[in-house]
Every structure is written in C-alpha cells, then in structure tokens.
Write a protein that binds this ligand. Structure first.
Ligand code: ADP
Ligand code: ADP
Length: 224
C-alpha cells in the first residue's frame, strides 16, 4: 500500500499532540513532533538543545537550519518510511518547501494536511491548563482532559508538569508568531489540494472520529 504521510496544522493548543497520539495508533504512523524532539534535546543538555531553548522560552521559532537537519534525518528512519504524522512542522513556508524537496528526493510525497481550527480565546484557556508527562510528553488538561490520578500520567505513570512556555505572555507571543508565519501554510496546502479542515473546538474524541474517517478515505483513494 502507498505510504500515508500527513501533517497536522493549527495554532498552539489546537490539539495536534492530542490527536497525533490517537491517530498514530489507528494507522501505525510514526508520530514526529518537533516540539517533543526539541524538548528532549533541552532536557539532555545537548548543544542543539542549548541553542534552541532561548527561542522556545521566548515563544519564537527556532532557526530553520536547526529544525531542517533534525527532520530530514527523522523522516528517513525505518518506522517513518512506512508513513508519518508530522506535528509542529512545517511552521513557515521555507520549512514547507524544504519538506517537499526532501520527500521528492526519495520519490515520496505528502498525502494530506489536516488543519485543526480553534479560536484564540479557547487557545489561551487550553494552554494555561495544559499538563504534559515528563517521560513521553503525553498531553492532559487540568479541567478539560484530566488524568485519572491528579499529577500522574495514565499511560506511563510519570509526573505531569506545566511547560515553561505555557505562561500567558509567551502564549500570546506564540499566537502572534503562528498568525504571521504558520497560518499562511493553510493556503499553501489548500492550493496543493492537500488541505482538510476540522472543527477543533469539539470534544477530543469527536475530533478524532472526524479525522480518522477522513484519513481512512484518503488511504482508500490512494489505493484506487
Ligand atoms: P505548540 O504546538 O504548543 O506551539 P510545540 O511543542 O510544537 O508547541 O513547539 C514548542 C516550541 O518549539 C515552539 O514555540 C518553537 O520555539 C519550537 N518549535 C517547535 N517546532 C518548530 C519548528 N518546526 N520550527 C521552529 N521552531 C519550532
Ligand atoms: P497542540 O499540540 O496543538 O499544541 P495539545 O494537543 O497539546 O495541542 O492540546 C492543548 C491543550 O488542550 C491540552 O491541555 C489538551 O489536553 C487540551 N485539548 C486538546 N484537544 C482538546 C479538545 N478537543 N477539547 C478540549 N481540550 C483539548
């Protein structure tokens, strides 16, 4: 069967990570989150992590050259050769062009761009209550999607923490960066005929059902 290569688009807090966790299991896709990869580099104190941290704390994009090397290595790994789900990448038009070029070099292509639509005021509420697990970045919300036991990840038992950049000032800055640099990608993928839009304000399970049905259709069309 043809590979299923997807990207998830949407503002910070739209639910990309939440949906990626679910879709990865439905379709055996490699979940590639540039945010998670960067946070792992920061936690391990690598040179790349040290270079990235000040941009992340300020709510700005990490320079393309740091991200592009990391991504092109990751999408050629064995698990991602059978299909991937990119979460948090691409975030500007030069990253989108670089992704298309990297895939074309090995006769690969994107199957779809899934856009989650959520208004700004809901984003601030979501990100202020977001908690993630220390071990694998599994995502929760103190009110909207709480874990079974407060402060503990349902999936791996590790401690839940608040991310350094989920503070109100940084959230506002990230929304500005999204509007300026990332939102134009919606048009870019619409023109390429790859865009599918979803109402991200619904309950996480409902959003998941909608996306899953769309991805199943995309896969069927690809087989015809
Ligand atoms: P969210 O989806 O909540 O905005 P992410 O975990 O995707 O957060 O990203 C956190 C931070 O990591 C971003 O604010 C940015 O500094 C950096 N980052 C993640 N992905 C990219 C990328 N593709 N390009 C540049 N910076 C990135
Ligand atoms: P992103 O990866 O786009 O930044 P996340 O998946 O981390 O977004 O979700 C941001 C916050 O919103 C988390 O606290 C998550 O639990 C919560 N959340 C995600 N999807 C929904 C939803 N459909 N309804 C309510 N809250 C949600």
């Amino acid at each position: 069967m043809a590979e299923t290569n997807l990207i998830l688009l949407g503002p910070p807090g739209a639910g990309k990570g939440t949906q990626a966790e679910r879709l990865q299991q439905d379709f055996s896709l490699a979940h590639i989150s540039t945010g998670d990869m960067l946070r792992a580099q920061v936690a391990n104190g690598t040179e790349l992590g040290q270079a990235a941290k000040r941009y992340m704390d300020a709510g700005e994009l990490v320079p393309d050259e740091v991200i592009l090397g990391m991504i092109s290595a990751r999408i050629t790994e064995q698990d991602a050769r059978e299909g991937f789900l990119l979460d948090g990448f691409p975030r500007n038009s030069s990253q989108a062009d670089a992704l298309a070029a990297t895939l074309a070099e090995s006769q690969r292509r994107l199957t779809g761009a899934l856009a989650l639509e959520v208004p700004d005021e809901e984003i601030v509420r979501r990100l202020s209550g977001r908690r993630v697990c220390l071990k694998a970045g599994h995502v929760y919300h103190v009110e909207l999607d709480p874990p079974k036991h407060e402060g503990v990840c349902d999936q791996d038992g590790s401690r839940l923490i608040q991310r350094d950049d989920d503070k109100e000032d940084t959230i506002r800055k990230r929304l500005e960066v999204y509007a300026e640099q990332t939102a134009p990608l919606i048009d870019y993928y619409e023109q390429a005929g790859l865009l599918r839009r979803f109402d991200g304000t619904r309950d996480p399970n409902e959003v998941h059902n909608h996306i899953r049905a769309t991805v199943a259709t995309l896969r069927m069309e690809d087989r015809l």
